[in-house]
Design a protein around this ligand. Structure first.
Ligand SMILES: [Zn+2]
Ligand SMILES: [Zn+2]
Length: 179
């Protein structure tokens, strides 16, 4: 079993390999990264955002067409939303093994601060590992330092460590060994 990471051509260049390695280290599962070929569905012009559930549908279609059974995480540069939320950092649908993460709000520049590739990479890693964690059976965690904690703000995201708490790690290990 391994996890596919699809990197949209306009997502930050040069970060895909280190992001993939770090996500693999956090979760204890192999990852591969490749260029994205999933159709970018769900763009809403008035909001200048992508409807995340519609994009998950598109990933599901792609997986089905190409016979991909393993979990897929798509990393995109466009901002994402879902019904009832002004934005989401990412979204996962465990039943079909599909997740998406947006880099739109993960760079310092979005908040008027000077850019940092390290900050940006750390945030993509935490968000990516979080969504893949859902695909591998993990729910949200109360531990504010755990990757599976659900952050509402960039500060909360930054306060998380790049690791699972011991309870989540054990649950993940049990899930993987049961496959
Ligand atoms: Zn979550
Ligand atoms: Zn946890």
């Amino acid at each position: 079993m391994h996890v596919h990471i699809f990197w949209d051509a306009q997502s930050p260049a040069g970060l895909q390999m280190p992001v993939s390695r770090k996500i693999s280290a956090i979760l204890g599962v192999p990852t591969t990264v490749s260029e994205n070929h999933v159709r970018m569905m769900g763009y809403v012009t008035e909001r200048q955002q992508i409807d995340a559930p519609a994009l998950l549908d598109s990933i599901q279609t792609y997986k089905h067409r190409h016979g991909i059974e393993e979990p897929v995480l798509l990393v995109v540069h466009q901002d994402l939303f879902k019904q009832g939320c002004s934005f989401v950092f990412g979204l996962a649908r465990e039943s079909v093994g599909a997740a998406v993460v947006s880099t739109a709000r993960l760079g310092n520049e979005y908040y008027g601060l000077s850019g940092s590739d390290d900050d940006l990479m750390d945030r993509i890693v935490k968000e990516g590992a979080h969504e893949i964690g859902h695909l591998l059976g993990l729910g949200h965690c109360e531990n504010r330092e755990c990757v599976m904690f659900r952050p509402n703000t960039l500060d909360e995201l930054d306060r998380k460590k790049k690791q699972l708490c011991s309870a989540c790690y054990e649950q993940m290990a049990a899930h993987l060994s049961s496959e």
